[in-house]
Each structure stands twice: as C-alpha cells, then as structure tokens.
Design a protein around this ligand. Structure first.
Ligand SMILES: Cc1cc2nc3c(=O)[nH]c(=O)nc-3n(C[C@H](O)[C@H](O)[C@H](O)COP(=O)(O)O)c2cc1C
Length: 141
C-alpha cells in the first residue's frame, strides 16, 4: 500500500500543560485510528517533533490541519516521504515526553529548529538574489 510519512518540528505558541498535551494526544489517537494514521509525538522544552504516516490523502490533509493549529507555531516540515511501510505500525500516536534525565537525547531536537530557521533564511536570501539576477538578465540590464 502506498503511504506517506511526514516529519516536522514546531514550537509551542504558549505554555502547554502536561494535561493539555495529554488531551491533545488522546483526541489525536482516536482520530488517527479512524484514518489509519500512526506515528509519534515528542514534546520537550517547548518544542514538538512529530512523525505521522498513513494513507497519502489522509496524512496530507491532517498535516494541513495540524499546521494551522494555534497551539503551536513555526511548523517546519523536515521530511515528506512516499513509502510502503510504517515505522510505527502499532501506535496511532505514541507520546513521548522527554525530561531532563535524558538531556543528551534532547540536544538534537533543540539544535534542529534554530539550524533549520537559519538555513531557511540563507536559502531565502540566495533565492531572492537569484531571482533579481534572472529578472535583470531578462530585461537586458
Ligand atoms: C503538535 C500537534 C500535533 C497534533 N497531532 C495530531 C494528530 O496526530 N492527529 C490528529 O487528529 N490531530 C492532531 N493534532 C490536532 C489537530 O491540529 C486538530 O486539532 C484535530 O485533528 C482536530 O480534530 P477534529 O477534526 O476531531 O476536530 C495535533 C495538534 C498539535 C498542536
């Protein structure tokens, strides 16, 4: 079966209590089970990291919904892969809250967001310069 897997990172838009995140995940589990979607949601230090996988249309549409959710911001898609197998076949949404006792395991997630934001800004600057050059070339300047 053709499946789609999306990975993203985002930032809490405000303080979210453990209870609020638990409620979000409980609702997500039910809905994901209905849609045939599986995955994980990691929350730590004000950041989310999520992997969702399942049928193409369902995953695309859910990602759009999640993207517009006011509980988080700076939603950055890291990967969008067509696949035929699942990494988390047994979890309609496995929740992982990483605490300070596993500091070193959190480090990659903490570094990820600023690294990507910086890369994106550089890439935007280069794209803008390239486009200005193309327009100048086209207008014979
Ligand atoms: C970080 C984050 C992860 C979420 N993950 C899921 C998810 O895996 N599945 C899901 O149905 N909703 C998820 N949501 C909630 C959706 O944005 C949305 O509120 C929900 O799907 C709406 O459900 P409804 O169609 O029953 O109203 C997530 C929200 C956030 C902020």
């Amino acid at each position: 079966m053709r499946l789609l897997r999306i990975k993203y990172v985002s930032r809490f838009s405000r303080d979210l209590s453990t209870e609020a995140i638990d409620a979000l995940v409980a609702h997500a589990r039910e809905k994901n089970a209905r849609l045939g979607i599986t995955g994980i949601l990691v929350s730590t230090g004000g950041l989310f990291y999520q992997i969702i996988e399942g049928p193409n249309a369902e995953v695309s549409s859910l990602f759009e919904t999640i993207n517009g959710d006011a509980r988080h911001t700076d939603v950055l898609a890291l990967d969008r892969t067509a696949t035929t197998s699942r990494i988390f076949p047994d979890w309609s949404m496995r929740q992982l809250t990483l605490g300070p006792s596993v500091q070193d395991r959190l480090e990659p997630l903490r570094e990820l967001l600023p690294t990507i934001l910086e890369l994106r800004m550089r890439s935007d600057r280069l794209t803008n310069t390239l486009e200005r050059g193309i327009l100048r070339e086209l207008s014979g300047g």
